[in-house]
Design a protein around this ligand. Structure first.
Ligand code: SAM
Length: 288
């Protein structure tokens, strides 16, 4: 049996493929990492798996054996022939030559649920790193009926996404992910697990989508705007950041709101919990 590395080199040779850097093409060539991604995603027989960026089909091959159906969405036209040749015998394979950021996933999932008796929908991918954040935010903010998202991304970004708000590594995005999902890190992946090698270490993370949001907030859009404004001025106190970005009309109003919630007026944006931001949002409505 050939290894994934040999298989990848063979396919790249046969189809004259050179990895396209601008599309974030770093092909996974490590057996253990492929296994770890597949196991972490806990695919069951009745599941629909949506794979983003199948590339040469390394992960796809394993996903097809596990899931009821795999829909693979790949932007690079050059990969189409390879994937079609490789998986033409699989009846549970559908390939879309599209930009994931432009796909109407809600409609796609609705169609599959109606026609194919699907139990759960799971996203699995070795993501193109140049658009990690927009892809993850699309998957979360569109409130798709997903069970989980298992993806390999840059370690640095991964650590921010899986952090607990208010603890180390917190960024504005930490709060968004935490609102929608319970996140965990699975394994760290060294750069020699890919060809070509990326410049960064990678990490597989799993986001289990929450059935209900973890905090009650009247208008979540306003809460996320407040969080974004707080973090655009990270070195400042929360109070100054929210006054400077016109969330608070003035310092006096800001102090009044923070004191009413029992928050230190010198607190920094990254020290607040998601619940603190939800409370600010709910009380803020009374002041505006
Ligand atoms: N899954 C393969 C693997 O693990 O070896 C390839 C992973 S590679 C890191 C990322 C893949 O995403 C590439 O095949 C790339 O062409 C594809 N890609 C890049 N931008 C995309 C986009 N906007 N929509 C869909 N696929 C994209």
């Amino acid at each position: 049996m050939s290894t994934i590395l040999e298989e990848t080199k063979f396919i790249m040779n046969k189809y004259h493929i050179k990895a396209n850097k601008s599309l974030g093409q770093n092909f996974l060539v490590c057996e253990e990492v492929v296994q770890a991604i597949v196991e972490s995603s806990q695919i069951e027989k009745e599941d629909l798996v949506i794979e983003i960026g199948p590339g040469l089909g390394t992960l796809t091959k394993y996903l097809l054996e596990k899931a009821k159906k795999v829909i693979a969405i790949e932007l690079d036209k050059k990969m189409m022939t390879i994937l079609e040749d490789r998986f033409s015998l699989y009846k549970n394979f559908e390939l879309l030559n599209q930009d994931i950021l432009k796909v109407d996933l809600y409609d796609l999932i609705k169609r599959e649920k109606e026609n194919n008796n699907i139990k759960e929908v799971k996203i699995v991918a070795n993501l193109p790193y140049y658009i990690t954040t927009p892809i993850i935010m699309k998957l979360l903010e569109e409130e798709l009926p997903l069970k989980s998202i298992t993806v390999m991304i840059q370690k640095e970004v991964a650590d921010r996404l899986i952090a607990i708000p208010g603890e180390k590594e917190t960024g504005a995005i930490t709060y968004s992910v935490y609102y929608y999902a319970q996140a965990q890190g699975m394994i760290e992946v060294p750069n020699h697990s890919f060809i070509p090698e990326p410049e960064v270490t990678s990490k597989v993370i799993k986001l289990d989508i929450r059935k209900e949001p973890i905090v009650k907030v009247q208008q979540k859009e306003i809460m996320f705007r407040i969080i974004k404004c707080a973090f655009t001025q990270r070195r400042k106190t929360l109070l100054n950041a929210l006054v400077n970005t016109n969330i608070f009309a003035n310092k006096e109003q800001g102090i009044q709101i923070l004191q009413k919630l029992g928050l230190d007026i010198n607190i920094r944006p990254e020290k607040l919990s998601l619940e603190d931001y939800a409370n600010i949002t709910n009380i803020y409505a009374d002041f505006t």
